[in-house]
Design a protein around this ligand. Structure first.
Ligand code: ADE
Length: 291
């Protein structure tokens, strides 16, 4: 059975699509969908074994795929990646920056090393990949970039590094869209909410237990699927989105408008400031410190 894409099967025929982090989860799904639509897919991440498994899957389905191991935090490796892609295919038409990673920790316990690692992977790595695409032909031939971010709109408790980095990518997306509009490069982002993907299995057991309880608190009563994220990515890469750039599309079933994603540790009621020197008719009992 082929990938059940809603898009035309020759939509990206012979276009070269570079996907970071395509070895698992959402990236793997995007790779499958793009390959099913005729793209020559190049997967790039740090784990060659995972990449090769996905390449084999795509080839088994009749698609075109290859893998190039790359640590997107290392400038020289990103340059080598682009040199290899251009050497093999002559161009890059589509780029999906899906590589990312973080760990769960209260902000005060994050070491500088840990902070920098998450910022380098999610923000700097995305910048290096975008800049590489511009430098390796996209600025002449045009192209489309989609950056995968996260639901960090109301802060990201226990993942301050990732929230800051992803918010940075949203702004980078806007800036690059403006700077590169004139050379035909569109830059957009997709912000997935809670997605039932293999990435969730990487979190420690207590986080897994909390995640299992979350679906009933979401507006749709469920998490999203990898293919629901992929469909948005494919649309933004497609000619149908040629007047869309600098945009971040939320694929989260309105959960960013609604849910309490994390239970904060209980703490003291924050003391209220009362500057008004006259009596007030405001209802009592709302400030946590009244009799
Ligand atoms: N996925 C997670 N971290 C990565 C990195 N540094 N480079 C490429 N893919 C990654």
């Amino acid at each position: 059975m082929p990938y059940a894409s809603i898009f035309r099967s020759d939509l990206f025929r012979d276009q070269v699509a570079l996907i970071t982090g395509g070895g698992s989860g959402i990236g793997r799904c995007i790779a499958h969908e793009l390959a099913s639509l005729g793209a020559k897919v190049v997967l790039a991440s740090r784990d060659p074994a995972k990449l090769e498994r996905v390449v084999a899957e795509i080839k088994e389905d009749g698609g075109q795929a290859s893998a190039i191991p790359c640590n997107i935090r290392v400038e020289a490796e990103v340059t080598a990646l682009y040199d290899a892609v251009i050497g093999a295919h002559g161009r890059v038409d589509l780029l999906v920056n899906n590589s990312g990673g973080q760990f769960v920790s209260p902000a005060e316990s994050i070491s500088l090393r840990g902070w920098n690692a998450v910022l380098e992977t999610n923000l700097t790595g995305t910048f290096l990949m975008c800049r590489g695409a511009h430098q390796h032909g996209m600025s002449e031939k045009g192209g489309a970039i989609v950056n995968i971010v996260a639901d960090m709109w109301r802060g990201m408790p226990m993942m301050s590094h990732s929230g800051a980095a992803r918010a940075g990518v949203v702004n980078l997306t806007q800036t690059l869209a403006l700077e590169w509009a004139g050379c035909g490069i569109r830059v957009n982002a997709v912000a997935p909410g809670l997605i039932a993907s293999s990435g969730l299995s990487n979190y420690p057991e207590p986080v897994q237990e909390a995640l299992a309880e979350l679906p009933k608190e979401l507006p749709f009563g469920r998490m999203g699927t990898e293919s629901e994220v992929s469909a948005a990515v494919v649309y933004l890469l497609s000619p149908g989105a040629r007047y869309i750039t600098g945009e971040t599309v939320r694929v989260d079933g309105a959960s960013s408008l609604y849910r309490h994603a994390f239970v904060l540790p209980p703490g003291a009621v924050a003391p209220a400031y009362r500057g008004l020197h006259r009596p007030t008719t405001a209802p009592k009992g709302l400030l946590g410190d009244e009799e």
